[in-house]
Design a binder for this molecule. Structure first.
Ligand code: AMP
Ligand code: MG
Length: 478
């Protein structure tokens, strides 16, 4: 299908007008095509080869209007760094409508009713980061929004310095946030709260729609999806950085990528967001914050679900999280099944990584070919003694495995990525893009989508992060 044949629907606009602001995108001056994600196009049933850069520019810049599209921004609230903000909303995102189960949303496309003091824009730097990471997360098997395309422009946007404006077209099965419910709860609009719950059921939990206790079952599933999502983040060393309730998806996806990071050297208290002085959203706080956010959602849903049922659903969080994490760690270590003492093996593993300043991505990748020969692993640690001790334990544990070593290697190589998009790698592509060279952005898209493959020209990105590039902390400015 060609882009001009695509027809959108706008089911969200069937809700009461308080839910949205109908607003058209404000085009950027002289839009420049940067990248189209062929997989994103395919999600909408489009043939990537038939998409012309000019059309992509037009779609992202709001000048090519698809059939059925009625642009709108969504209203929500949220807890930002623990403090309730009564109204946020899409201040720089504009939804175009829905096709094939995907909601198309522009980010950086100008002001809306919810822009507060903001300019409605997004800068090239943060747009590249968002565009690439969504595809990287998807390829790692982590629920996420997806990317369709990215455009830039010469239009200047004021941040700490002048930067260039850009627009990403993001795709999501749902843009309903925990904060969407909070808005209606805290404004005492219980009728609208119920409409939103029904909307979310239809959009993301249709299998529960006819159940006698559909709201509580949906909440249980939100708890479970969130717990599993965060276990997935932890397993790859992903730090989201801004887990405010408005950035938490009620469909259990990773959304709204800002100053996120994949860790370099493993550090349990790692904080990627430089504005997060006290580490509220540090790597090891993420599981606890996931629960805190769910408690805010539970309160918001309390007019619809009895308190005891909300509480018992919240109790599911910790066991689901830890069983998912154990399952993921078992796979990362190539263990066939669960055995007594595995918890201790995992705890010691992370202590060993942290104590030896080990970069977790190359470590797990090297371990995926481990056959008793330790030198390539030991070379990655500043404390060979602790790594040797852990490997002794691992050797003993592998004795309990029934599958062969080659089989274990094959499985681990499909579980432990060779490439994750570390900050310094993204930074290289951003600096080139700021000079007008988008080749690396497009190369990184390919690497992001194939993280378990060998990419010979980019071998250096698979190694431990060079020390001068380690643990870059980014601000929220975007
Ligand atoms: P974020 O932390 O990026 O998820 O943004 C938090 C809130 O601020 C959301 O309501 C955004 O829409 C809004 N926001 C962030 N940046 C801008 C901007 N440049 N213009 C308008 N609204 C913004
Ligand atoms: Mg946000």
């Amino acid at each position: 299908m060609k882009l001009t044949d695509l027809t959108l629907t706008t089911p969200y606009l069937d809700l009461d007008p308080i839910f949205y602001d109908k607003v058209s995108p404000t085009p950027l001056h002289r839009p420049k095509f940067i990248s189209l994600n062929p997989s994103g196009a395919e999600l909408l049933g489009l043939k990537p080869d038939l998409l012309k850069p000019d059309e992509v520019n037009g779609l992202l810049n709001g000048t090519l209007i698809l059939k059925g599209s009625i642009p709108y921004a969504m209203c929500y609230a949220g807890h930002q760094f623990g403090h309730y903000v009564p109204r946020l909303g899409d201040g720089r995102a504009i939804n175009l409508g829905k096709s094939n189960g995907w909601n198309l949303q522009l980010k950086g496309s100008g002001q809306t009713l919810y822009s507060r003091q903001g300019d409605g824009r997004a800068v090239l730097r943060s747009s590249i980061r968002e565009y690439l990471i969504a595809e990287a997360m998807h390829a790692l098997g982590i629920p996420t929004t997806r990317s369709f395309a990215l455009i830039g422009s010469e239009e200047r946007v004021a941040r700490e310095r002048w930067e260039k404006g850009a627009i990403v077209l993001r795709l999501s099965p749902s843009w309903i946030r925990f904060g969407s419910f909070e808005y209606f709860y805290h404004t005492h609009r219980h009728r609208e709260l119920k409409s939103l719950a029904d909307f979310l059921l239809a959009e993301s939990y249709p299998h529960l729609q006819n159940s006698p206790e559909s709201y509580v079952e949906m909440f249980r599933e939100i708890v479970s999806r969130t717990a599993e999502l965060i276990a997935l983040w932890q397993s790859v060393g992903f730090n989201h950085g801004v887990m405010n309730t408005d950035n938490m998806s009620a469909a259990g996806l990773t959304i709204d990528y800002g100053p996120y990071a994949f860790m370099d050297t493993f550090e349990s208290g790692y904080i990627c967001n430089h504005t997060d002085t006290y580490g509220r959203y540090s790597y090891d706080s993420q599981p606890g914050i996931g629960l805190w956010n769910l408690q805010c959602l539970a309160l918001a849903l309390s007019p619809l679900i009895p308190k005891e049922k909300l509480e018992s659903a919240l109790e599911l969080y910790a066991p689901i999280y830890s069983s998912k994490l154990q399952e993921l760690l078992r796979a990362k270590l190539g263990l066939d099944d669960e055995h007594h003492g595995d918890g201790e093996l995992y705890r010691e593993l992370f202590k060993m990584l942290e104590g030896g300043y080990v970069d977790m991505t190359p470590f797990f990748r090297t371990l995926s070919r481990y056959d008793g020969e330790r030198s390539s692993l030991l070379a990655q640690s500043l404390s060979t003694e602790t790594m040797n001790r852990w490997l002794d334990r691992y050797d003993a544990r592998l004795e309990l495995n029934t599958s062969s070593t080659p089989k274990r290697h094959t499985r681990m190589l499909c579980t432990n990525p060779k490439y994750v998009l570390k900050n310094y790698i993204l930074q290289e592509s951003i600096e080139l893009a700021e000079q007008g060279d988008y080749t690396l952005v497009n190369n990184l898209l390919h690497i992001a989508q194939n993280p378990y493959d060998e990419h010979e020209r980019f071998e250096r990105y698979a190694r431990a992060t060079p020390s001068e590039h380690k643990n870059i902390r980014l601000s929220c400015s975007s």
